[in-house]
Structure formats: structure tokens, C-alpha cells
Design a protein around this ligand. Structure first.
Ligand code: ADP
Ligand code: MG
Length: 593
């Protein structure tokens, strides 16, 4: 691949003598010395003072400066956990919450789950003794249900605020609200170097504490012409770097598990063929569903003479810091959710990432020494085709869950809720309408008893309704199993590239008449449908049409019902990939009538 050098992202540190070596040296130092070498360390006293002086503080610092791992420890040392009161720190991603908690437990020489713990959906690794608690932003939101004033916390750190997930955005509003009547509560909003003035304005001009990062210059290269196949281009670029460039690890950004696995396999295959002609290349994937022992591998030091290449989702953009990266390969894409309120269609589509993302990615190359970032797109595309920043999730997602939660917290007037960026009006209306249809709200838009019970589940309202309705039909056991199965995002179906036929056969062997929900459980009960009547599709002469929106929809080819025709079917989700696909489909009870 031919690259053209364009600009250099300016650093504030010049290339240090043998920068890469000094990194290896750093690893040999004691943990304490490593902590003291982080950019935040010299500001420890100032930071603690600023927290004492202000109720809300915005903390801005480059990725890797020590915001997430160090600040909660500093505040603990300063006495903010006296008497067992907690410091909570939110993360948009599960992997980050777990990995950061594990790191802090090592630094504090305690067992994970004792003084330091984490809480993510379906997994609570905390105890009575936990005083530093890392959690996903969604989990803290749920804690409002049982503790509306967050009385067991002295400090809340809303970390990775720039990610603007829907949960983080709702937390902003709720925390701003409770801070008014809890003057003792300290709030820190931590973010990479993006958009911090916006946070400050939102929190009534809260001061911004800037941690000067150590940033080495990064040379940015673009391709001469657009790349037709970015996966292939990644593989070629990795090998190109490996054979022509001095040592230093490589970080590649891809959009999801499937792509990452494919890239790893292609790299393994190619480097095996080159054999001893090249130095050892250690190929490591990282994505949300990767088992945690595999995740830990990316933090292990690279053996001398070898080179590590990490193939990551955008989790490595700001949430995780991997030391030793000198080269970044950025195809310029990410997977993005979007939502069409008129059709109720949620799509997950690979789209060009924003300029802000591209620059964060490039920045990963300049943490330990001067680095290089290879963008697999043209300079023209960067300038003309990429958005400045990513649209906040709240403006492109289904709001059912969040609306139910806010209603349960007594927030009735959602139109005037203090959102940093409000969601589209019609998305809000659709969510209200659906909650009404499910019986969670009455005709005045007030929460019903059913609605309150539904809010207790960390699930989509349709699933919650299904569980509650199962009580009446005496099939809660089965329904709970089905719900659990549906909640793992197909993670139960493992389909390695070299065993595709085996995997598909294994899956087909589970098939039973009745459809995918039954396949998941091997049991079918007509009450499955109580929460999903919204997701009914009817067979017409021109194929399936959704009953609610009268829209043409298709059964996903992976479904056991793909080759069958039924008058009515119910689907778990509608996803747009290449077509409007219904996934997890089962026949409707009325079918036989
Ligand atoms: P920030 O939140 O400012 O991006 P972090 O507190 O996450 O920074 O990371 C600070 C440093 O801690 C990193 O540069 C890295 O050296 C180290 N670190 C963080 N997480 C881990 C981990 N899981 N394993 C090893 N080192 C880690
Ligand atoms: Mg962080």
C-alpha cells in the first residue's frame, strides 16, 4: 500500500533518547514508581484541593494520564472513603470497568472485590468492604432506583464523559439534580481532551482541571487512493510495518468481533507462511465479549525481539491504555447504532468514524515515543467526508428503557428534563406510546404498578413485560431462561471460521418446530408473546409486513424459520444490515387458526 505523509500531530515532548527502550525500563520499575511517573501524579495535591473547593470539577487529560486509575486512589488517601462511604467511578464499557478495577486492586495490593470492586450488568464483584467501585454508567443509573440520593457515595466520577453514551447523558441530568440538595457530594466529570467546555457550561460553569499530557509527535500518513477492502489493507499494512519499521507495537482499529477475528486469522496465516524470515509477531484481539483472561494478555510486556499487534474495537480509543504502542493503523470506520422512530427500526451499521475519533486513535501512537499513524483513507476523505464529532447516542437510539427508568424516579416531565442534548421529540413520543401499550404508563402518562415492577429489570421493557406476564401463565422458569438467552447477544453461538459447517450443523440440531425462541430453550409457550405483540409481522402476498408500521420485513437467513411461511410471526428484534431483517423469530399462536 502506498502511503503519503501529510501532517505531523504536534506533541509537547520531543523524541526522548531511545523512547521505546525507556518504556521497557519503566516496566521494570516498581508499581509505585510507575504510578509516580504518570502525568497526573505531580498534580495530586492541587487536584485534591480543587475537589475540596468545588462541588463539581471537570477533569481533562490525555488518555493514559492516570485519570481513571489514580484519581479515586488519591481521593481515598484524602479521606473521602472514611467510615465506609464509597467513591464511584462510571465507565461506558464493561471491559474497561473490569480491567481498570483489576489494575487498581493490584496497585493497592488488595483482592479484587474487597476494597476495590466493579459492578456490571449480570456481574457484581463488590462486597461490604468496597470503597472504590468501578461500574458501567448503566449500573449507576439503576442504583438511583434503590437509592435516589446516592447516599452511600461521597464522590461520583463520571468517566469517559466525552463518549456521551445514553446512560452517561442521563446521569448528567440526575447527578446535577441531586448535587443541589447534597452539598457534600463531590462530582468529577472526567474526559479525554474533547469538548470539556461544553461540560463546564452544562454544570453551571464548573472549573476545568487540565492535566497536561505527555504527548510525543505523531506522523500521519494517508493512502494515495481509497482502499476497496480495508480488512485486507490492514493485514498488508501490519506486515509492511513489521518488516520495514523499527521496533514498537502496533494497534489496529476495527469495528467488531467478526472483523477482528478475521483479521487475526489472516495475519496468523500470512506470518506463518513467512516463517522465520520475519521476527516474531504476537497477534492479540481485544473486544467486549472476549473472555477476561484473553483480555489481560494485551497488557503483558512484549518479549525482546518480538512485536505485538493488537487488533481492537474502539475500546482502545480512550477507555484502555496499552503501553508500548508506536504504530496505529486506522481504517476510519466504526459500528454505529441508529434509530428511526417512525419505523421502529434500530440499525447497527459500519460508518466512517468522526474526525475527533480519528485524532484520538492517532494519539495512541504518541504515548511513549514519537509514533506513526497510518490512515487507510485519503487526506481528502478526512477533510470532506468525516463528521467533526460523533452524534450523542441519546439522539440515535430507542428510549424505552430510559424513559421507564426516569418515570420510576418520579421525573414525569421528560420534555423539560435537563438533557445536555435532548433526544428527538418523535423518539420520545414513540417510547411513551410503547410503554403505554405495554401497560407501564396510564393514559395520563403516569407510571402504573406494572410499570414500576418492569423498571426493576435491567432489560428492555418488552422483555420485562414478558417476564411479569409469565407469572400469570405459570411459565416464569421458561421465560426467564429465554430472556437470559436473548440477553447474551448471540454469544452462545460460537462459529469459528475454520469450523463453519460444524457450527451450523450443531445449531441446526437444536431446531424444533416453533422457532428460534424454542430453539434457545427447547420449550415453547404461547405466553412468550405477551410483551412482544408490537413485534408481530403478517404474511402478505408480497412477503412479511410488520403489523404496527406496515413495513416490508424479512426473516434473517440464520433463523430456523427462514424457509418456512407462517401467517403471523413474532420477532425479537428488527435490525437493518443489508435488508430489514427480523432476528429471533417464532410463530405466533394465532398461526394455526
Ligand atoms: P486515563 O484514565 O487517564 O486514560 P488510566 O488511569 O486508565 O489513564 O491509565 C494510567 C496508566 O495505568 C496507563 O498508562 C497504564 O500504564 C496503566 N494501566 C492502566 N490499566 C492497566 C492494566 N489493566 N494493566 C496494566 N497497566 C495498566
Ligand atoms: Mg480512563
Amino acid at each position: 500500500i502506498e502511503f503519503v505523509s501529510s501532517v505531523t500531530m504536534r506533541g509537547n515532548v520531543m523524541q526522548s533518547e531511545g523512547g521505546v527502550l525507556s518504556e521497557a525500563e519503566r516496566r521494570k520499575q516498581s508499581l509505585a514508581a510507575v504510578r509516580e511517573s504518570l502525568p497526573v501524579f505531580p498534580f495530586k495535591k492541587e487536584l485534591v484541593q480543587a475537589v475540596a473547593q468545588h462541588q463539581v470539577l471537570i477533569v481533562e487529560g490525555e488518555t493514559g494520564s492516570g485519570k481513571t486509575t489514580q484519581i479515586p486512589q488519591y481521593l481515598r488517601e484524602a479521606g473521602y472513603t472514611k467510615g465506609g462511604i464509597k467513591i464511584g467511578c462510571t465507565q461506558p464499557r464493561r471491559v474497561a470497568a473490569m480491567s481498570v478495577a483489576a489494575r487498581v486492586a493490584v496497585e493497592m495490593a488488595v483482592k479484587l472485590g474487597s476494597e476495590v470492586g466493579y459492578s456490571i450488568r449480570f456481574e457484581d464483584c463488590t462486597s461490604e468492604r468496597t470503597v472504590i467501585k468501578y461500574m458501567t454508567d448503566g449500573m449507576l443509573l439503576r442504583e438511583f432506583l434503590s437509592e435516589p440520593d446516592l447516599a452511600s457515595y461521597s464522590v461520583i466520577v463520571i468517566d469517559e464523559a466525552h463518549e456521551r453514551t445514553i446512560h452517561t447523558d442521563v446521569l448528567f441530568g440526575l447527578i446535577k439534580d441531586i448535587a443541589r440538595f447534597r452539598p457534600d457530594l463531590k462530582v468529577l466529570v472526567a474526559s479525554a481532551t474533547l469538548d470539556t467546555t461544553k461540560f463546564s457550561l452544562y454544570f453551571d460553569d464548573a472549573p476545568i482541571f487540565r492535566i497536561p499530557g505527555r504527548r510525543f509527535p505523531v506522523d500521519i500518513y494517508y493512502t494515495k487512493a481509497p482502499e476497496a477492502d480495508y480488512l485486507d489493507a490492514c493485514v498488508v499494512s501490519v506486515l509492511q510495518i513489521h518488516v520495514t519499521q523499527p521496533r514498537g507495537d502496533i494497534l489496529v482499529f476495527l469495528t467488531g468481533q467478526e472483523e477482528i477475528e478475521a483479521c487475526c486469522e489472516m495475519l496468523q496465516e500470512k506470518s506463518r507462511r513467512l516463517g522465520s524470515k520475519i521476527a516474531e509477531l504476537i497477534i492479540l484481539p481485544i473486544y467486549a465479549n472476549l473472555p477476561s483472561d484473553m483480555q489481560a494478555k494485551i497488557f503483558e510486556p512484549t518479549p525482546p525481539g518480538a512485536r505485538k499487534v493488537i487488533i481492537a474495537t474502539n475500546i482502545a480509543e480512550t477507555s484502555l491504555t496499552i503501553d508500548g504502542i508506536i504504530y496505529v493503523i486506522d481504517p476510519g470506520f466504526c459500528k454505529q447504532k441508529s434509530y428511526n422512530a417512525r419505523t421502529g427500526m434500530e440499525s447497527l451499521i459500519v460508518t466512517p468514524c468522526s474526525k475527533a475519533s480519528a485524532n484520538q486513535r492517532a494519539g495512541r501512537a504518541g504515548r511513549v515515543a514519537a509514533g506513526k499513524c497510518f490512515r487507510l483513507y485519503t487526506a481528502w476523505a478526512y477533510k470532506h467526508e468525516m463528521e467533526e464529532t460523533t452524534v450523542p447516542e441519546i439522539q440515535r437510539t430507542n428510549l424505552g428503557n430510559v424513559v421507564l427508568l426516569l418515570k420510576s424516579l418520579g421525573i414525569n416531565d421528560l420534555i423539560h428534563f435537563d438533557f445536555m442534548d435532548p433526544p428527538p421529540h418523535e423518539t420520545l413520543v414513540l417510547a411513551l406510546e410503547q410503554l403505554y401499550a405495554l401497560g407501564a404508563l396510564n393514559h395520563l402518562g403516569e407510571l402504573t404498578k406494572m410499570g414500576r415492577r418492569m423498571a426493576e429489570f435491567p432489560l428492555d421493557p418488552m422483555l420485562s413485560k414478558m417476564i411479569l406476564a409469565s407469572e400469570r401463565y405459570k411459565c416464569s422458569e421458561e421465560i426467564l431462561t429465554i430472556t437470559a438467552m436473548l440477553s447474551v447477544n448471540n454469544a452462545i453461538f460460537y462459529r469459528p471460521k475454520d469450523k463453519v459447517v460444524h457450527a451450523d450443523n450443531a445449531r441446526i440440531n437444536f431446531f424444533l418446530p416453533g422457532g428460534d425462541h424454542i430453539v434457545l430453550l427447547n420449550i415453547y409457550n404461547q405466553a412468550v408473546t405477551a410483551g412482544f405483540f408490537y413485534h408481530t409481522a403478517k404474511l402478505t402476498r408480497s412477503g412479511y409486513r410488520s403489523v404496527k408500521h406496515q413495513q416490508t420485513v424479512h426473516i434473517h437467513p440464520n433463523s430456523s424459520l427462514f424457509e418456512e411461511q407462517h401467517r403471523y410471526i413474532i420477532y425479537h428484534e428488527l435490525v437493518f444490515t443489508t435488508k430489514e431483517y427480523m432476528r429471533q423469530v417464532c410463530t405466533h399462536g394465532r398461526d394455526g387458526m
